[in-house]
Write a protein that binds this ligand. Sequence first.
Ligand code: FAQ
Length: 314
Amino acid sequence: MLTQTINEEKLLAEFEAKINAEIKIEPKDWMPDEYRKHLIRQMSQHAHSEVIGMQPEGNWITRAPSLRSKKILLAKIQDEGGHGLYLYSAAETLGVSRDQFIQWLHEGKAKYSSVFNYPTLNWADIGAIGWLVDGAAITNQVSLQRTSYGPYSRAMVRICKEESFHQRQGYEIMWRMMEGTVDQQKMAQDAIDRWWWPALMMFGPHDTDSPRTSLAMKWRIKRESNDQLREKFINKTISQAEIIGLKVPDPNLIRNEDGTFKHGDINWDEFWQVVGGNGPCNQQRLEHHFNVHKEGAWVRESAIAYNIKHTNNQ
Ligand code: FAQ
């Protein structure tokens, strides 16, 4: 027993030394249970967010206002599905199967980002998602490129390249609408009014109310805290809004002397309601995922059968 404890302490010391030296932790390396559990939770939730996030945007594929915008939207949504796949694969290196991740999602044991439980009511919402939601996601993901777990970090590098294109396509939609008719300008402002706060909530609770942050920062899973990332996001996004004539819906916004901003109070009751399953679209999003997964069973079975046949014939 004593030998086991001494051995574990040694392994933990070596693990932490690697992290402090910025050496990535790889799947076959020893890692503390808590580190593995945090990653399984965060990476699978991240993967689920990418996949569930396809739904609010998919709602507008058939109604995109031009062939160009339809092609761009299709490509963007396909990218999000791909991000989900990289992340599920990276998370599987921690010893949990993809089927298990999906089952946890369907059973309500795994979360996905709160922001995808809001509806997309008009075309400007597609601009707002690209600009604000992808913009918030990328602020977090740029930081996660330096996360200590190798497979997660490498997935982030690839995802960030695509995500920056998504952010720009969203901003382009907003900018074009702001150059359009008064009605189009109103639609763009209405979209930012509805998506601004949910985008700020994506970063999670304030640091003082975030139970997972301190260990995650110690083991460099998270490299910046929820509040630090939220601040970075508002500082770059508010000036982008101003350039095209949009206003963020925050009557208590403070512009600091150095040009940075301090946002007003976030409605945390709303956040926890949405996280707890009571947002406007939670039920719809999960039901849709569940049904499509069930209907797609034959595709997965065929792929496995093909794979077995193909391998046997080699
Ligand atoms: N929604 O102690 P913390 C995208 C939960 S990808 C729901 O601060 P942590 C691409 C949290 O899980 C967007 N739940 O936790 C795209 C925890 O509950 P648990 C997704 C949330 O992990 C764009 C509890 O609250 N990105 O958008 C949320 O240290 C457009 C306490 O919170 C990622 O997932 C929330 N917003 O920090 C696709 C990035 N916030 O699990 C399509 C990776 C917190 O203990 C279209 N994840 N909670 O029961 C992270 O960086 C972190 O997990 C945080 C939360 C920052 C989300």
